[in-house]
Every structure is written in C-alpha cells, then in structure tokens.
Design a protein around this ligand. Structure first.
Ligand code: KG4
Ligand code: ZN
Length: 360
C-alpha cells in the first residue's frame, strides 16, 4: 500500500510518499518540504496568518512535485494521511481540508494522524535515497522515545504500537522554544536551534555555569529558568544589570562572548535532556531508544546520548527530525498494516491542542 502524506501543522508545507516494506520497515519514495523560514525570519518567529496563507499558496504545487519525484500517479496511491494536530489552526486547516478533498474526490481512504506520534515513527523509516543516513532496521518494542520540538519535550514509553505512555513532559517552555528564545537574547537568527548550534561550535561550554532545574516528577522538563539564567548572565556580560532590555543585550556582546554563551546554554539544555533520558532508560529498560522532533537534529544531543545511554540510541537523518511528511507517511504505513480504521473524510477535524490525547 502506497501512502501520500501531508503535514502543515506549523511553518513547513510538506508532502511525502512511502510504503511498508516486507521486513517491517518503511520505504520513503519521495519527500518534499517547502520551508517558510524566510517569510518568518523578519518577525523572529512564526506568524500564524502568514503561515496559513503560504500553505494555501504552495500546497498543490508541493503535492505535484512529490508525485513527480516518486514517478507515481494518483492511481498508485492507496491511502492519504494528514496531520490533524497539534499545531496552528489555520495551518492545520489547509492540510486537513486538502487531504479531505483529495480523499473524497479520488475515493482514497484517509488517515488523520497525530504530529507527535509522527515524530516517533520517523524512526521507523528504514529505506530511502542513498543520501539519507538512517538505520537499516526499525526500532523494536518496548521503545523509549525522547520527543523534543518547538512545542513539546516529552519522554514516551511504548510497549505496543500507537500507545505511548508519557513518563515525562515539559512543565513550562519546550526545549526548542528555549533554544529559539536563547537565540533571540544572543542576537542570533530564527530558527534558534540551528543558529545556537552553529555559534556553540566555536564556543567554550565550560566558560560559565548555568542551572539544571529540579522538577517534582524526575522525568519532567523545565527550561524557563535556564532561559532566564542565560538572560541574566548575558546582561552581566554585556556590562548591564537585570534592567537592560533583552533586545539590547546582544549589541554589547562580542562574537566570542556569544559563542561561549551559546555553547554553555546548549550544553546545559542538552545535559538536562540526556540525564533524564538515561535515568528513564535504566528504569524502563527499553529494547530501543529513539529521539525525534526538531531538536533531535542537534549533534551535541546525539553525542551526549551516545556517550551515556545504557543502550545504543538509534538516530535517523536530521531531515526526518525537523517537521516533514515522511514521518506522517511512516505512521500511516504502520497503522494500515495493523488494521487501524481510516478516518471519515467528511468529518475529520483539526485539533490545535491534542496533549490530552497523549496523556495516560
Ligand atoms: O519538530 P519541529 O521542526 O517543529 C515543531 O514541531 O515544533 O521543531 C522545531 C524546533 C525549533 O525550536 C528549532 O529551533 C529546533 O527545533 N531545532 C533545533 C535544531 N534544529 C531545529 N534545536 C537544536 N539544534 C538543532 N540543530
Ligand atoms: Zn514537529
């Protein structure tokens, strides 16, 4: 069964085509991501209305390009999958209404899928173009998944498919959000994660001490204190005190100070993620440890986790960690294989906040 998937929950218009393989993995046949980063850069973050309008403008072209890349036609597509949430309402609507329309007019089954589960199932893609660096076999259950994106930081334990028990979650800022805010303080461009990682490459992570927050549930994450601690430190380094407006701080910092502050922030944020993941790994003893979401593209996270996890973590290609539709196609392939019923194409609604569906 060949699946065409659409993902439009935030600022990427993405379409992918994939199919289940006989050895239990997923083969990626085409993967197109139209990024809106340049549109939002000037505002320093995603503007929901701008995002929805851009999805509307490009979605048909992105679908055509993906079909063209796969050298398939609509006759070959056995199912359509789409992210129904969580995400920005206008952005989700464009993807969901497009998918519903295609499913109805072409009489193809429709699968409405959860974005965070998509990030998990990105790790089940085992075959793609040679330039993708991916594991050749899928994770085996039980799986411990660290999902770290712009809106979520959570540790999920899967003892069966599609049923992740959340054992830890962000109690304030998500880690990607903290990276984005830290980048703003340091005068680095949006999106902040890759910009911090780049600046940190020439910095000294041991130059300053930043705090790791304690949480009531040992597997929960808190990053808002780290962000404030970075602001106070940067204000001092810039020669000011806590009254210096955050937008002025970076004007008084040298490139060296920015690099050291970025390195220190990155190393502390990643250490927080790794310490909790490793603890959970010791307690829950999964067969596979995986990571997903935009922050999973971070090389320092991969380095620290490989160094301290009790089992060898599986890492997929960074392009499958940041938002994409290949992950939604992979999740659909697994659901179809497991006999999960399709959604009603006349009724599938968006859900901007689907956290409650993930709680167990
Ligand atoms: O999963 P994603 O693409 O979108 C959401 O679902 O939120 O994640 C985006 C987040 C942003 O906060 C971005 O700054 C962060 O992932 N990110 C990174 C890296 N690449 C993207 N954070 C740290 N290091 C990276 N290399
Ligand atoms: Zn995401």
């Amino acid at each position: 069964m060949v699946v065409l998937a659409i993902e439009s929950s935030c600022d990427e218009t993405a379409v992918a085509i994939a199919k289940h393989t006989s050895d239990g993995g997923v083969e990626l046949l085409a993967n197109v991501v139209h990024s809106q980063v340049d549109l939002h850069k000037v505002y320093g973050g995603v503007v929901p209305e701008v995002s929805a309008r851009s999805h509307l403008e490009v979605i048909n072209q992105v679908i055509s390009k993906c079909l063209q890349d796969s050298e398939l036609s609509w006759d070959d597509i056995g199912a359509i999958a789409v992210t129904y949430g969580p995400g920005l309402s206008g952005s989700l609507l464009i993807g969901v209404l497009t998918a519903r329309t295609l499913a109805i007019t072409k009489a193809i089954p429709l699968y409405g899928l959860h974005h965070i589960y998509g990030h998990v199932y990105a790790n089940f893609i085992t075959s793609a173009d040679a330039d993708y660096r991916i594991p050749s076999s899928p994770p085996s259950l039980p799986v411990l998944a660290l999902i770290v994106s712009g809106k979520h930081s959570q540790l999920m334990y899967f003892d069966k498919h599609f049923n992740g028990k959340i054992i830890g979650r962000a109690i304030d800022d998500a880690v990607g959000e903290a990276f984005d805010k830290a980048a703003k303080i340091l005068g680095l461009p949006y999106p902040g994660g890759p910009a911090i990682a780049k600046a940190a490459a020439s910095g000294n992570p041991a130059k300053y001490q930043l705090p790791i927050a304690k949480t009531a549930n040992k597997y929960d994450f808190s990053f808002s204190g780290l962000k404030t601690a970075l602001l106070r430190l940067a204000q001092r380094e810039a020669g000011g005190n806590h009254t210096m407006p955050s937008f002025e701080v970076s004007q008084h910092l040298s490139d060296r100070q920015v690099a050291d502050l970025a390195a220190c922030f990155q190393s502390t944020a990643i250490k927080t993620l790794v310490e909790k993941t490793v603890k959970a790994c010791h307690q829950h003893k999964p067969n596979s440890l995986i990571i997903g979401g935009g922050v999973a593209a971070n090389q320092e996270l991969r380095r620290q986790l490989s160094e301290s996890a009790p089992i060898e973590p599986l890492f997929t290609d960074p392009r499958l960690c940041t938002d994409n539709a290949a992950m939604i196609a992979a999740l659909a392939c697994y659901q179809i294989e497991a006999g999960v019923k399709p959604s009603d194409p006349y009724k599938l609604e968006i859900a901007t906040n689907t956290d409650q569906l993930l709680a167990t």
